[in-house]
Write a protein that binds this ligand. Structure first.
Ligand SMILES: CC(C)(COP(=O)(O)OP(=O)(O)OC[C@H]1O[C@@H](n2cnc3c(N)ncnc32)[C@H](O)[C@@H]1OP(=O)(O)O)[C@@H](O)C(=O)NCCC(=O)NCCS
Length: 282
């Protein structure tokens, strides 16, 4: 089915509400969408040079992903060991050696409707949710989460316990975007539609949300999300977790400080050395 027809069909079945559950055409449209997501042919958000953020949200694709949850009935899976119960529309994906994706045993799961490119390495335990897009050569390390619809570029390193938030609803909300060659350090968290531009480095423990101001020591700017734009970390920025003094009221009196991510520099040769990927692991 051409994607324009698929879009029309998804919109129709999504608008039908619970009536879609009894309609076999709704399930077949959803399964076409899920195949296209897994094949990397459709994405919840895609690069768009004409948009202010550089990314366009494909709201109808997100509606289709939500439709899959509405259509899903609970089904049991698992063998004699662990057993599971989940919506039948979102089983765990099965990979073959020819897919070129290494999934090391040990509590990892990639949900149906997620795209995982060749050359991606998934270290256990990790989880990639429906609608996520993970591009070539990326490392998803132990305890990392790629939330629903999150867009992860090429050669990204999601270090141990990095949490990339998902945004499925509202459907026009921009998902978290991590562009090519970014390093997300261990225990970092990127949430609420934040965009991390190419080559940026988030040091271990950096947390970014819509409400987190980021202090750029190099350019003298304070970066914030606005009503129209999410928080955007510039290309090649090196962000480390810092703190800032509270300068008024009780906070000042009590000597408190607040968490403040700081851009200490822009990527240089030393950063490249510090963040060189362990090729041997691939
Ligand atoms: C950010 C990082 C890559 C270092 O980059 P770098 O370009 O080599 O940085 P530099 O050592 O030149 O440091 C630049 C400045 O930032 C400070 N800085 C560096 N890393 C920092 C951190 N994690 N927290 C706070 N400050 C940090 C340095 O002290 C220095 O400031 P100064 O000049 O005032 O002393 C490294 O700290 C890091 O976090 N790596 C990721 C580790 C990780 O999570 N690995 C995962 C493996 S699973």
């Amino acid at each position: 089915m051409p994607f324009t027809d698929l879009q029309e069909s998804i919109e129709l079945h999504f608008a039908a509400g619970t009536a879609a559950v009894a309609d076999p055409n709704a399930l077949s449209s959803f399964l076409s969408l899920r195949d296209a997501l897994e094949g990397g042919l459709l994405r919840a958000a895609s690069p768009d040079a004409n948009s202010a953020t550089g990314w366009k949200v494909n709201a109808w694709v997100k509606r289709g992903i939500l439709l899959g949850f509405r259509l899903g009935a609970l089904e049991e899976s698992g063998d004699s060991g662990l057993s599971f119960v989940d919506k039948h529309t979102y089983p765990a994906r099965h990979f073959r050696a020819t897919d070129g994706v290494r999934v090391v045993p040990g509590g990892s799961s990639v949900r149906a409707g997620a795209y995982v490119a060749r050359g991606v390495v998934c270290m256990p335990p990790m989880y990639i949710n429906a609608g996520a897009y993970v591009d070539e050569g990326t490392m998803v390390d132990s305890h990392a989460l790629v939330g629903s619809c999150a867009q992860i570029g090429k050669r990204v390193h999601l270090s141990a316990a990095a949490q990339i938030g998902g945004v499925l609803e509202p459907v026009n909300a921009s998902p978290v975007v991590i562009e090519d060659d970014v390093l997300v350090g261990g225990n970092s968290g990127v949430y609420e539609g934040t965009i991390v531009r190419k080559g940026a480095v988030l040091a271990a423990g950096t947390i970014l949300t819509r409400g987190t101001p980021v202090f750029d020591l190099v350019k003298g700017d304070v970066l914030r999300a606005t009503a129209e734009m999410p928080l955007v970390i510039p290309e090649n920025a090196v962000v480390v977790p810092g703190s800032r003094a509270v300068t008024k009221g009780n906070g000042q009196e009590w000597g408190l400080s607040l968490y403040a991510p700081v851009i200490v520099k822009y990527r240089d040769e030393k950063t490249d050395l510090s963040t060189a990927l362990e090729d041997l692991l691939r």
